[in-house]
Design a protein around this ligand. Structure first.
Ligand code: ACO
Length: 328
């Protein structure tokens, strides 16, 4: 089996900053509530003329440069997103066009906040099968477009951003070692946008009821997350024959500080080994783990040979973990 890892990495976050104080002006909330319940201080929102594809393109350009390859060398683009620019047309095709990655097939993968882990896993398998050599995995979201700015329960949690990774063959023994993907499918409104799909097309009534925005049962998602994150990480470690004590850094989905603390405690991983940047960006859904990794790279916190664990959960409900030996 070929060793498959990351050849280049990049991130992009929009310029516009939305602070907790800005949210205080919209709904009955406070910086104190948001900080103690979530750890979030501010988040970024895409500009009016930016769609998810634009965020993905910016992150991808940096990743391609970092990998020192041209867009036409990419065979496949996988975009993890639950906020595509349009319905029916896949958003990865827009990115393929804008990057001029003319030799790449492109598809979107929707697994909400677990999307980056799912996409890296699929990309790795595609390369190991011999079908493709270079796969561009992107996670890009404009969650600000699907939140209800009148709903304090969900609105304050999310932000926009993108991360991109070029996957290819790496030195033997490096790269993605194992991954575990899981789904605990629900059919209720635990976490979804009810209207606008095929079951509930948008009508005036549904629009007036604000059903085209995200709805979430925060407590149920919280309970799920604190079980799913440690479970998936243990499973990925078992599959890779890895002792969790040897993990150098953990990149959890940046949803809520309390969820992260609970999960790593259950894993027995010291908190110092956990990378956290949710105070700056909030929950950027599929993009959050990649944005965290990209910042760790920029800060010189990852060195060749480090064992890192990615772990996430999201709507679906989906969850997963992936362990890799950093190869750059
Ligand atoms: N400001 C002030 N008060 C608030 C706010 C707010 N922004 N939001 C909720 N409250 C109130 C509630 O109305 C409730 O009031 P009540 O007791 O009078 O009814 C009270 O605060 C407590 O609410 P809880 O929901 O019990 O608060 P909790 O401690 O559970 O925190 C939170 C809520 C932060 C949403 C938490 O449940 C959570 O993080 N859940 C996980 C959510 C998540 O990670 N979702 C993303 C998944 S990723 C994806 O796929 C998109």
């Amino acid at each position: 089996m070929k060793s498959v890892g990351i050849l280049g990495f990049g991130k992009y976050v929009p310029e516009k900053i939305m602070t907790n104080a800005d949210w205080e002006k919209l709904v009955d909330t406070s910086d104190e509530w948001i900080t103690t319940r979530t750890g979030i201080k501010e988040r970024r929102y895409a500009a009016e003329d930016q769609g998810t594809s634009d965020l993905g393109v910016e992150a991808s350009k940096i990743a391609l440069k970092d990998a020192n390859i041209k867009a036409e060398d990419i065979d496949l683009i996988i975009l993890a997103t639950c906020t595509p620019d349009y319905r029916a047309q896949n958003c990865s095709s827009l990115i393929q066009n804008k990057l001029r990655a003319k030799n790449a097939a492109a598809f979107d993968l929707e697994a909400a906040c677990s999307g980056f882990i799912y996409s890296l896993t699929v990309g790795k398998a595609m390369i190991q099968s011999g079908m493709y050599k270079k796969v561009l995995v992107i996670a890009a979201e404009s969650i600000s477009r699907i939140i209800d700015m009148q709903d304090r329960n969900t609105g304050i949690l999310f932000g926009d951003g993108a991360a991109a990774a070029v996957l290819g063959e790496v030195e033997e023994g490096y790269g993605i070692i194992s991954s575990y993907l899981g789904t605990e499918g629900v059919t209720d409104g635990t976490l979804r946008i009810k209207a606008g799909g095929t079951r509930y097309p948008i009508t005036q009534e549904r629009f007036d009821n604000r059903e085209h925005f995200i709805e979430m049962n925060g407590t149920d998602v919280f309970k799920f997350a604190v079980k799913a994150l440690p479970y998936a990480t243990k499973k990925a470690a078992e599959q890779g024959n890895i002792d969790l004590k040897n993990i150098d850094m953990v990149f959890p989905h940046q949803a809520n500080l309390r969820i992260i603390k609970s999960a790593v405690k259950k894993l027995g991983i010291p908190y110092e080994k956990v990378y956290i940047n949710l105070e700056k960006y909030g929950n950027t859904s599929a993009a959050s783990i990649g944005i965290a990794m990209s910042e760790a790279i920029d800060e010189g916190k990852l060195k060749k040979g480090d064992l890192i664990a990615l772990t996430g959960f999201g709507a679906g409900l989906t969850y997963g973990s992936l362990i890799m030996k950093w190869s750059k």
